[in-house]
Write a protein that binds this ligand. Structure first.
Ligand code: GLC
Length: 687
């Protein structure tokens, strides 16, 4: 069984629980002494009349079950929502608000409780394997289990399809958002969203936790590559395009049909502004300054997402001035649901409820739900969480109105997404398997790779530029192991949560792409160590970062650099070129990284520098530009400092000399700049 990050984290937790409880029943949580049904019945009985905080007795006696009142697709959504809500017990409402990890719950529990949603965390694949068929079978039995519940409310299955259906083997994997941002091609991003939706739907899944709408200010943050760029208005444009792709245009007949998926605007909000770029860190800013930033910047991507028809928002882990977002009622409710008019539902991040203030789990749940969290991604403690929600309502710390509001939002989205009419193992789903990871999508990904490349250095050598010389070379040495590594190209969130080096899925490496593109009269040599020989006309060295995700990608100024092994390759290139009498051989560096990194000590040795970000599976897209007819199009959407220690102040006036490449930089093969503000003048390396 493929153990993803969450499963590995989950499995460790379950082993501890097993030792403590002496037995582990099924794959789900610990079973209480009495059977669940008896427990539920007791709760249902007890919840018929309660006294709320105001001392009034309320009855939540559910209306008699009459499925026809909400199964009738000809009725309008709000009517169906109210009809269904009126028939739900408090326990069933609490169950709709939970999203366990798929490996932490069994089919019987899904049916018994009427669970609202499950997720596959990064790398959490079906027990049977990681092919599309494995996934479809796995998802369909979970869907059926939900339909077998008392009310038959369909389940939402969520997954992080953030640059393709990236958990699944042989899926088409596209450039991460930082590369799509460099490409600045809204139409392309919308097409990618639609293509990803098809590959997600092929597995039966209806919901992706994407796109990230952060506008990262500090690239020491491990999630910088999930952002399209540093400017919120630009992120708004690109995020809305991705959402239109995932969901279909909200005014079109294809909106949320069975070839599209629900998107998620995440992570609300301000995660790109934490001190030192720390993941899940704190945004420290005086209230007035934050309010201005909020209204002028931070809300822009979310307003655009809502205008594009997004129906789910994921709350962020970060805090603002010490208050965790998951308990920030002002932002989650007053701003998001009030000012921005968001009528979908807010889902918490992975176990994030456990991070908010409160002396016990119930208090944390109360603080989160009352702040505006509607669905709780409490991946293993889902049963306890459900029970605590019921208890909190019965004691009056969460009002019935709040619970009804949360469940109303969840049901609304399910009705809008057509889940109540969804065919399990439908013909559409099966037809989508045919295009899964196929030529059409890979061609789209290849185009995205080409458009995402940013040429940042392109020195004149004699009459020609470095890129012109490379394209005319008859013998090119490709150096560095990253040149031939699909895992490095894809980065995090690929097959496993963290991603990994190596041949992790199907695709074309940069080296293979160059070999495919080279004419009969061109030799592409490969030396992972960077050993130049007298026969070489030019060197293309691939450097950068190995895959990482979230906090594992956080860096300090001292280690936001290319890897030590890459520095060794660069040294070997210098030494062996000299030994081979090729001291002046043109050296073009191509960087695979999730962000700008410090290259102050290397840049002068490069005659050319191409930033390729994390391009995904279609390495051919690099060769299409480097050796083919395609021109560079990409421009920087992040400000790149000479040294990471200057990142925190990089936007301050008077720090221009600290900037290596300004935002907007991007060159063409002839050395001209792509846009008027794209000229690149590499200044003097600061002391
Ligand atoms: C993670 C991430 C979030 C992701 C969620 C589910 O911790 O913060 O982006 O969607 O968990 O995998």
């Amino acid at each position: 069984m493929r153990i993803g990050r969450k499963n590995s984290r989950f499995m460790a937790m379950m082993m501890m629980l097993t030792m403590a409880a002496g037995s582990l029943s099924g794959c789900g949580s610990q079973k209480p002494e009495s059977t669940n049904t008896e427990v539920l019945q007791e709760q249902a009985d007890s919840s018929e009349t309660t006294t709320n905080a105001g001392g009034e007795t309320e009855s939540d006696e559910p209306q008699p079950l009459d499925k026809s009142l909400y199964m009738d697709a000809s009725k309008d959504v709000e009517e169906r929502v109210e009809a269904l809500l009126s028939m739900m017990t408090l326990e069933e409402k609490a169950a709709q608000m939970l999203q366990p990890e798929q490996s932490a719950i069994n089919l019987k529990e899904i049916s018994e409780y009427g669970i609202g949603s499950v997720l596959s965390g990064g790398g959490s694949a079906p027990l049977s394997g990681n092919t599309v068929d494995d996934w479809q079978a796995h998802v369909n039995e979970i869907k059926q289990a939900a339909l077998d519940s008392r009310l038959g409310i369909p389940i939402l299955y969520g997954i992080d399809a953030v640059h393709g259906n990236n958990n699944v083997y042989a899926a088409t994997v596209y450039p991460h958002n930082i590369g799509l941002g460099a490409a600045d091609d809204e139409e392309l991003v919308e097409k990618i969203g639609a293509a990803v939706a098809e590959e997600v739907r092929a597995t039966g899944i209806q919901w992706t936790f994407a796109p990230t709408l952060a506008n990262p200010q500090n690239e020491m943050w491990g999630r910088t590559y999930e952002g399209f760029g540093e400017d919120a208005d630009y992120v708004a444009k690109m995020g809305a395009a991705y959402i239109r792709g995932f969901q279909g245009d909200k005014d079109s007949a294809e909106y949320l049909d069975d070839k599209h998926v629900l998107a998620t605007a995440k992570h609300f909000l301000g995660e790109g502004y934490t001190t030192a770029g720390m993941n899940q860190g704190n945004v420290k800013m005086d209230e007035e300054a934050f309010e201005t930033l909020l209204r002028e910047q931070l809300v822009l991507p979310y307003q655009a997402a809502i205008d594009a028809g997004v129906r789910t928002v994921m709350a962020s882990y970060n805090s603002v001035n010490g208050l965790k977002m998951h308990e920030n009622g002002y932002l989650l409710t007053d701003v998001l649901k009030g000012d921005l008019g968001f009528s979908g539902f807010v889902i918490s991040d992975y176990n994030a409820v456990q991070q908010v203030s409160g002396s016990n789990y119930r208090e944390k749940i109360v603080n989160s739900v009352n702040a505006g969290v509607d669905m709780l991604m409490e991946v293993t403690s889902w049963k306890e969480c459900m029970d605590e929600i019921v208890a909190a309502v019965n004691e009056g710390s969460i009002s019935r109105e709040r619970i009804d509001d949360a469940v109303r939002r969840i049901l609304r989205v399910k009705f809008e997404a057509g889940l109540f009419e969804e065919e399990i193992s439908g013909t559409t789903e099966n037809s989508l398997k045919e295009i899964y990871g196929g030529d059409e999508h890979r061609a789209l990904a290849r185009q995205a790779v080409s458009e995402s490349l940013v040429l940042l250095k392109n020195d004149k050598i004699g009459e020609k530029t470095a890129m012109e010389i490379l394209a005319e070379s008859k013998n090119i040495l490709v150096a560095g192991s990253k040149a031939d590594d699909i895992g490095v190209q894809c980065g995090g969130w690929t097959i496993s949560w963290q991603g990994s080096t190596g041949n992790i899925t199907e695709g074309t490496t940069i080296l293979q792409g160059l070999q495919n593109a080279a004419g009969d009269d061109v030799t592409i040599e490969y030396s992972k160590d960077g050993e130049v020989n007298a026969g070489n006309d030019a060197v293309l060295v691939v450097i950068g970062e190995n895959p990482y995700v979230e906090t594992s990608g956080d860096r300090k100024p001292s280690n936001l650099t290319i890897m030590g092994s890459d520095k060794k390759v660069l040294d070997t290139i210098k030494e062996t070129a000299k030994a081979a009498g090729k001291e002046d051989i043109p050296v073009i560096a191509l960087m695979l990284a999730g962000r700008p990194v410090t290259i102050a000590n290397q840049i002068e040795d490069f005659d050319g520098l191409v930033m390729a970000w994390l391009p995904g599976t279609e390495g051919d897209g690099v060769a299409d530009v480097l050796l083919g007819d395609k021109e560079f199009r990409g421009t920087l959407k992040y400000t790149w400092t000479w040294d990471a220690q200057d990142i925190a102040d990089k936007f301050a006036d008077g720090n221009e000399d600290k900037i290596l490449f300004k935002k907007g930089s991007g060159l063409k093969k002839d050395g001209s700049s792509i846009s008027p503000d794209g000229t690149v003048t590499i200044g003097k390396k600061p002391e």
